[in-house]
Design a protein around this ligand. Structure first.
Ligand SMILES: NC(=O)c1ccc[n+]([C@@H]2O[C@H](COP(=O)([O-])OP(=O)(O)OC[C@H]3O[C@@H](n4cnc5c(N)ncnc54)[C@H](O)[C@@H]3O)[C@@H](O)[C@H]2O)c1
Length: 386
């Protein structure tokens, strides 16, 4: 009796499927090239689920990724050279997280990624023009929505979790009269919780925090971190639309140690905090650290108009200019917080994306995203005079 020696990754399977009229969907996980980016759109767990469902999954070798190459190899993925996706067959869909490196090279592949070019961001039309010229296609992860209009996958929870941790670390530094030093990604959530507890002398008990947008993804993550580092439940104030309906600025925010803003801003609202309001509180103010997870830094409706830059992992805080008569106040406004927890953030995001990936490219999620892409690429072609 003869045995079949074909593996699922064998190219002959693909040709045979074509012969039968069945198309094997091929995904190619590219490396991330942004500094400090350790997250991944596919994890060994989700890659295995895709392989089990009949997908072909190629994975670029990548030292930067939090998951080791061999973790993908062990579940049956085909390992390919780092940053080699431009040479992939054009029938292969390239999946990644962050923007591609800047170039004018035409893009003939279908890409699934965050491209940050649908809201007229700087350089938006040049990015889309590459797809137009190459005949490729973009499915932007930010615009994959379920039937109710909610994102199918987002990094919010771990942004809130990591933002709250950074806030607690900044409070620990404040208490010593110091400024918080550089932040580095943690191996996992438990290591982050242990690190924050240690900085606070064992527990966060006694610290008071207010989480704004507490019912959302980021807000739930921030509340979870505060619980895990030992804050009393009564010391975690959870505010959402109901509590802010009366209109700010709010004295309650001045009366906690850490304020974490996690709202999704989509219209003009009265500010939550203002510089005058903070100065008026004088020496009585308890508030020491503001973590603006929402990071609507340059948005004209920013409800926390007390700072104007995004802070970074090397320099996580910026002081608020409120004069020397008032106690210190620092802002953390890092716009890629989930990078501090690359393993869990990737696991959660990829797990949430998986049901849609298994239906790729035929379900409504993808056809809607393609229709949006068509509109955007047409606008870009016009803007670029193509
Ligand atoms: N800094 C980062 O690294 C990072 C990462 C991911 C997401 N984000 C940002 O965080 C923000 C929140 O994302 P999300 O996924 O948690 O959104 P979400 O929609 O899940 O949650 C937002 C919450 O804010 C509440 N909210 C809206 N307006 C409010 C108001 N005026 N007063 C009180 N509550 C209000 C909503 O009711 C909701 O519960 C977004 O702007 C997103 O871009 C930042």
């Amino acid at each position: 009796m003869s045995h079949c020696h074909l593996s699922k990754c064998d190219p002959r399977i693909e040709s045979f499927s074509h012969f039968l009229g069945v198309t094997t969907m091929s995904l190619w996980l590219r490396c991330e090239t942004k500094p400090f980016e350790h997250r991944s759109a596919l994890t060994p767990t989700t890659a295995k689920a895709l392989l089990d469902a009949g997908f072909k999954v190629s994975v670029e070798r990548d030292e930067q990724r939090i998951f080791a190459d061999k973790e993908y190899e062990e579940v049956g993925c085909t390992l390919v050279a780092n940053n080699s996706w431009p040479t992939a067959p054009t029938t292969t869909t390239i999946i990644g997280l962050k923007e591609l490196e800047q170039s004018t090279q035409p893009l003939p592949h279908t890409h699934i990624q965050f491209a940050h070019c649908y809201k007229n961001q700087a350089g938006w039309s040049a990015v889309l023009a590459r797809f137009h010229r190459g005949g490729g296609k973009l499915y932007d992860l930010e615009f994959l929505n379920d039937a109710t209009g909610r994102r199918v996958a987002a990094f919010g929870f771990h942004a809130g979790f990591a933002g709250a941790a950074a806030g607690a670390l900044a409070v620990a530094s404040h208490k010593k009269g110091e400024t918080l030093g550089p932040l580095h990604p943690y191996e996992n959530e438990a290591a982050m919780v242990a690190g924050v507890r240690e900085a606070l002398g064992g527990s966060g008990k006694g610290i008071k925090a207010l989480v704004m947008g507490a019912l959302g993804r980021c807000g739930r993550g921030a509340v979870d971190l505060f619980r895990k580092i030992g804050l009393d439940e009564d010391d975690i104030l959870k505010w959402d639309l109901a509590e802010t309906a009366k209109g700010g600025p709010f004295d309650e925010i001045l009366d906690v140690d850490i304020f974490v803003n996690c709202i999704y801003l989509n219209s003009s609202i009265p500010p939550f905090l203002t510089r005058d309001h903070i100065v008026a509180a004088g020496k009585q103010r308890r508030l020491a650290v503001v973590v603006d997870v929402s990071c609507d830094t340059t948005n004209p409706f920013n409800p926390i108009p007390i700072y104007s830059i995004n802070t970074t992992f090397p320099e996580p805080t910026v002081p608020v200019d409120i004069g020397s008569d008032c106690p210190r106040l620092s802002v953390i406004s890092i716009d890629h917080l989930p990078t501090l927890l690359p393993r869990e953030a990737s696991e959660q995001f990829s797990h949430d994306l998986l049901p849609s990936l298994l239906e790729f490219p035929n379900s409504r999620v993808w056809t809607d995203a393609e229709a949006l892409y068509r509109t955007k690429v047409a606008a870009a072609a016009e803007a670029e005079g193509l």
